[in-house]
Ligand binder design. Sequence first.
Ligand SMILES: NC(=O)c1ccc[n+]([C@@H]2O[C@H](COP(=O)([O-])OP(=O)(O)OC[C@H]3O[C@@H](n4cnc5c(N)ncnc54)[C@H](OP(=O)(O)O)[C@@H]3O)[C@@H](O)[C@H]2O)c1
Length: 314
Amino acid sequence: MSVLLAIRSWDNAPWIERFRRVLPDRRVLTPDEPHSVDEIRYIACWRHVPGSLARYSATRALFSLGAGVDHLISDRDLPAAPIVRVVDTDLTERMTEWIVLQVLAFHRRARAYRERQAARRWEDDRDQPAAREVRVGVMGLGVLGGDAIDKLKALRFDVAGWSRTPRDIAGVPTFAGEAGLAAFLARTDILVSLLPLTDTTRGILNARLFGMLAQDGRLGGPFLVNAGRGGLQVEKDILAALDSGMLQGAALDVFEAEPLPADSPLWVHPAVVVTPHNSAISDPDTIAGYIATQIRALESGARLRNIIDVATGY
Ligand SMILES: NC(=O)c1ccc[n+]([C@@H]2O[C@H](COP(=O)([O-])OP(=O)(O)OC[C@H]3O[C@@H](n4cnc5c(N)ncnc54)[C@H](OP(=O)(O)O)[C@@H]3O)[C@@H](O)[C@H]2O)c1
């Protein structure tokens, strides 16, 4: 009944310590420690080495340590076990903070005031639209998109949402699928992406889509906020759209290649905000507790929660 922690690109020490604390009755180990393949019942992973998990055929569940599962699904050689993602209030609230921060910064012209301060220029805008006059479009109406919409609505933004299948959210216009995309984009001044990376969403944030955003809004042109995955965005299209004025600004937490290469023009573009994929970090305390609870529930006969659908990829 051992638990394997297969983590790359994060320091695994805090994870091992937390998992051992919340599951004191079993072995928690990393792939480098001596172990038998048959003792592993659960695998918790983040960007494991592709192909390295297939041999653990006694696995009962594969847990992603983050909300996204693209890092797992892209490995075609996994043990035949359900894949469980993180749904965690702490992570959700962190994400909403980041989204609200970026939306407010665009709405309240944070860049313009930073530039004016640097130039010691006292220049006031009397033409400040109210939040209710700014249309925010949220792509992805899942756990994260739903919470972001609640908080943006509380600030009185004019919010709409887009998802794969039709969703009802009280007081929020919603659109679904390819058929609803054009109407959704045509009423969007600030586009917020909280989509998962799947075969159908890869590269969706591209020149064609930017060209469909509202150009008649109170902010003088559309803005992009992406915290979903870097694979959703076409970075050369973002840069071209910023340079042509099709986009006014972009706040990006995720990138086609991570870490963002030092020579990427995104680092220095004045209209781009870069954060290092930390809009919503996975907290070892809460997530180890969540996974331990799931393991105990499964072993006492309950069903796992938050199993992803391999067919849709999220
Ligand atoms: N930057 C970070 O630090 C960070 C942290 C956590 C998560 N994330 C990212 O955020 C993503 C979303 O997380 P979540 O928990 O909100 O996921 P979720 O609950 O699974 O929701 C996903 C939403 O995306 C929609 N969707 C999926 N494919 C679509 C498509 N082809 N067209 C239109 N809509 C589509 C779904 O539509 P339906 O409602 O119709 O199913 C659903 O509304 C994760 O997958 C991860 O990539 C990033």
